[in-house]
Ligand binder design. Structure first.
Ligand code: B12
Length: 541
């Protein structure tokens, strides 16, 4: 029995796109344990730029991005005209690239006699490309079973069938047991109706089977990243994502997690240490990013103590919820914790409570962020701006908070409304105006126009505090600029910090500037060199 797992996320936009996909590596591991021969095709690689950005495109974008990002000059009228022209060439090249992927996958499937394909579905370009390729494969090989799973299914569920009718089944929630059952289905040993976490069509009607959660994360096998299974793993960054916890108790109104992963579960520290040791010995990997959207504070502290006791020399980053992080950050720092991402969202307690369901006190946020920074951990605070109920006063309050706390980086996003969240369910409660019926289908394949600033993207069809997309995206941009004026960076995430640490760049500013140029102009050579440096430097211990 042979299967392949595929991830296509579109044109890479940041170094984190080059981190190996732990989700697919875990599914592959489950399949291997059940004697299914599997391969992972993760097309999120620097070399993708060579297919999509041809020589002329690269050369114009390099000049343009050096002018704008390095020299800090404003683009003129002719630059914008040329940018529009280049953008249309890129769109044409993307079409050719999809054709290339189709043929490559079809040849592989025919040569290997593959019986099923599983797509991990992402948003944006990656979603459209996966649908187009899946449709093509099904047409050429009707007997081939095609499944879909991943974050996009958790958000849009059965609506995915509106764009991709060819899927034999979609998997929502956790997929470890499901992918094995699906391979049994392909062999005729199981019926779809008897497999949990599925959405499929029967006689034209949508069927959703019962939800099942993994009970004990310790029982999961380790993800598999060997080069015989994971295609072109050598082009990826040597950083592993460690699935230390799933689910979250906090139920923030904007977050999909209460729906995706249910109640919180944690891996034991014992198992985590075993996984780290295994990754060092087998793969020579020393950089880690925890997967949990909020890593439990008690778990990370226990983990840190064990890392120190065992004398393991690693670097890792994680995310945290303020109320759980009144902990001794020095221990974390000594164990190799390089950076923590805190979802702060706003400094105004009423916005937090009424708009986000976050019962966090400003005084606690200040203390935790300050303690984290003082321990020498690169402290990232993320904000949603403009938030529901935002006004001049609350804007000022968040700016003053930032001035006082001075995190190492403050990431600012406008409110994103995901189907399946409380924000989407009751928009009127949060000052959002949204056409609920048509919204999910409109945003399912929403594309970020990477070459242009957000205000020039296709407008998202909702209003925030009475403002249209153009208006609120402009507010976000202005807020970012005001934060920059405080001397605070607004672009570096927690994992970026580790990439920076080992990238060889002299300052975070330099790291940002050059990476902006590389990604903007599709400079795959420079990206590959940078990845090599990160991989080499992070192993020198
Ligand atoms: C770690 C992480 C990453 C890692 C690893 C990828 C991963 N595992 O998803 C890295 C750093 C590579 C990454 C990158 C990106 N990420 Co990310 N990432 C996360 C994060 C924080 C945790 C994911 C995780 O490890 N989950 C645990 C693993 C085991 O779950 P999983 O991968 O989803 O797979 C399980 C199921 O989904 C299912 N499944 C998945 N695929 C399939 C396929 C089949 C056939 C079946 C049956 C089942 C199945 O089974 C798996 C096992 O249970 C989540 C937020 C969160 N806390 O969930 C965001 C998140 C998944 N990322 C997100 C985004 C947007 C991105 C980027 C596009 C960021 C960017 N550059 O803009 C990139 C692109 C990805 C790429 N491949 O290049 C979004 C996805 C939104 C969407 N609808 O697409 C999320 C939800 C965050 C958010 N709210 O914005 N990410």
């Amino acid at each position: 029995m042979k299967g392949i797992l595929i991830s296509i996320a579109g044109v890479p936009r940041s170094l984190s796109d080059f981190v190996p996909d732990n989700g697919l590596a875990l599914l592959a591991s489950c399949l291997l344990k059940n004697n299914v021969d599997v391969k992972i095709f993760d097309f999120n690689l620097p070399s993708i730029f060579d297919d999509i950005y041809d020589k002329n495109v690269k050369s114009f974008l390099e000049k343009f991005s050096n002018k704008v990002f390095v020299d800090g000059k404003k683009p003129d009228f002719f630059d914008i005209l040329k940018l529009k022209f280049v953008s249309s060439i890129i769109e044409r090249n993307k079409k050719n690239y999809i054709e290339k992927l189709k043929n490559f996958l079809l040849e592989t499937i025919e040569k290997e006699k593959t019986e099923f394909v599983g797509f991990k579905l992402w948003a944006g370009d990656g979603f459209d490309w996966s649908i187009e390729i899946g449709e093509f494969l099904k047409k050429k090989k009707p007997e081939l079973k095609i499944f879909g799973g991943g974050p996009q299914v958790d958000t849009f569920e059965h609506l995915i069938f509106e764009k991709g009718k060819f899927f034999d089944a979609l998997c929502y929630g956790e997929g470890e047991e499901i992918i094995v059952e699906l391979s049994n289905f392909v062999q005729g040993k199981r019926k779809l109706r008897d497999i949990p976490n599925l959405i499929f069509k029967e006689n034209g009607k949508i069927v959703k089977t019962e939800r099942k959660f993994i009970k004990n994360l310790d029982e999961l096998p380790f993800p598999v990243y060997t080069s015989d299974i994971y295609w072109k793993i050598y082009e990826k960054i040597k950083m592993f994502v460690i699935d230390e916890s799933r689910g979250c108790e906090n139920a923030c109104f904007f977050c999909i997690h209460p729906k995706k992963s249910g109640k919180r579960k944690k891996k034991s520290v014992e198992k985590l240490i075993e996984e780290i040791k295994f990754s060092i010995n087998k793969y020579n990997v020393f950089l880690y990013r925890f997967a949990g959207s909020s890593t439990p504070g008690d778990l990370i502290l226990e983990f840190a103590k064990r890392i120190i006791d065992e004398g393991l020399k690693i670097d890792y980053v994680n995310s945290g919820y303020v109320n759980e992080f009144d902990i001794d950050f020095k221990i974390l720092k000594d164990s190799g914790c390089g950076s923590i991402f805190f979802g702060i969202e706003s400094a105004n307690e009423e916005i937090l409570k009424k708009g986000m369901n976050k019962n966090v006190k400003k005084i606690d946020m200040e203390r935790v962020l300050k303690n984290c920074k003082e321990a020498g951990i690169f402290t990232v605070a993320s904000f949603i701006y403009p938030a529901p109920f935002e006004n001049e006063e609350t804007r000022k309050e968040t700016l003053q908070f930032l001035e006082k706390v001075k995190p190492d980086s403050a990431l600012i996003q406008f409110p994103g409304i995901y189907p399946g969240t409380v924000w989407f369910k009751y928009p009127e409660r949060f000052n959002f105006e949204i056409e609920k019926e048509s919204y999910p289908l409109k945003v399912m394949n929403y594309k970020i126009k990477a070459l242009f600033p957000p205000r020039m993207w296709q407008p998202l069809p909702y209003k925030v505090n009475g403002m249209s997309f153009k208006e609120f995206a402009y507010e976000t941009e202005k807020f970012q600029k005001d934060i920059n004026k405080l001397g605070i960076n607004t672009s570096i995430s927690n994992e970026d910090y580790l990439f920076y640490k080992y990238s060889g760049f002299k300052s975070t500013d330099e790291f940002l500037k050059f990476n902006r140029v590389y990604f903007y102009s599709g400079n795959s050579e420079k990206l590959k060199e940078e990845i090599e440096r990160i991989n080499k430097n992070s192993q020198r211990r």
